[in-house]
Ligand binder design. Structure first.
Ligand SMILES: CC(C)(COP(=O)(O)OP(=O)(O)OC[C@H]1O[C@@H](n2cnc3c(N)ncnc32)[C@H](O)[C@@H]1OP(=O)(O)O)[C@@H](O)C(=O)NCCC(=O)NCCS
Length: 194
């Protein structure tokens, strides 16, 4: 059942909406999947208490905006991932983007690209950012391709910056400026709210 009170943004195949208490178990399943966390940070099991405290922190954090990602193709309100802008800096007008789809079987189907496109639009149009940037491990080819599709530009590489799954990894920094994003938008493009 769709709950219209949640608002958000609708794309062709995904919907971004607020995270709810009822998402806690789905969120916990995502972060407790070592395959999913292989591209985020080091893995450790997360308890229901920690997950609830995390959501509480998200709600109270005024410098971040989090969205739940729904797969609109399934016509249901099941959460398939999250995306967010964190460390929103209202003076520098910049923020860091993060995204995660919790089910590896759904990877490669375009949901991540569509979700990030909506999130970037939110960042530039609603948060009035000048710059959105992100960090990605150098072996995460799927994510690198996603960001490239959205116009993100490689700005640097932090050599052997992270310890991931038993290996040292370089972290790649990418950024997208407001003018670059604007230049890539179709003239008639309009904000689509759910
Ligand atoms: C990264 C993530 C959000 C991408 O979302 P997604 O829905 O799987 O990605 P999309 O299908 O939208 O786009 C992926 C692109 O990478 C391409 N791709 C997939 N595997 C690839 C590989 N090994 N090498 C190069 N490109 C690859 C796909 O073909 C697609 O490009 P295309 O549209 O030109 O064909 C998702 O896979 C995910 O959550 N992964 C785990 C967490 C994570 O890595 N988060 C990002 C941390 S920076």
């Amino acid at each position: 059942m769709t709950d219209d009170r949640r608002g958000g943004y609708r794309g062709t195949n995904v919907r971004l909406r607020a995270l709810e208490r009822g998402d806690l178990e789905d969120l916990r399943a995502m972060v407790n999947d070592p395959e999913v966390m292989r591209f985020s940070n080091s893995y450790r099991p997360i308890s229901d208490v920690e997950q609830a405290a995390w959501l509480e922190g998200v709600v109270k954090n005024g410098s971040a905006v989090w969205f739940g990602i729904e797969d609109a193709r399934r016509g249901a309100s099941r959460l398939v991932g999250t995306c967010c802008l964190v460390d929103i800096d209202p003076i520098g007008r910049k923020a860091e983007l993060r995204v995660r789809l919790g089910d590896p079987d759904s990877w490669g189907g375009g949901l991540g690209t569509e979700a990030c496109a909506l999130l970037v639009q939110h960042g530039f149009l609603e948060v009035n950012l000048e710059r959105i940037w992100l960090r990605v491990f150098d072996h995460n080819m799927r994510a690198l391709r996603l960001y490239e599709k959205l116009g993100f530009v490689v700005e640097g590489r932090l050599r052997r910056h992270d310890w991931v799954g038993g290996d040292r990894r370089d972290t790649v920094i990418l950024g997208l400026l407001r003018e670059e994003w604007r230049g890539a938008q179709p003239k008639a493009a309009k904000k689509r709210k759910a």
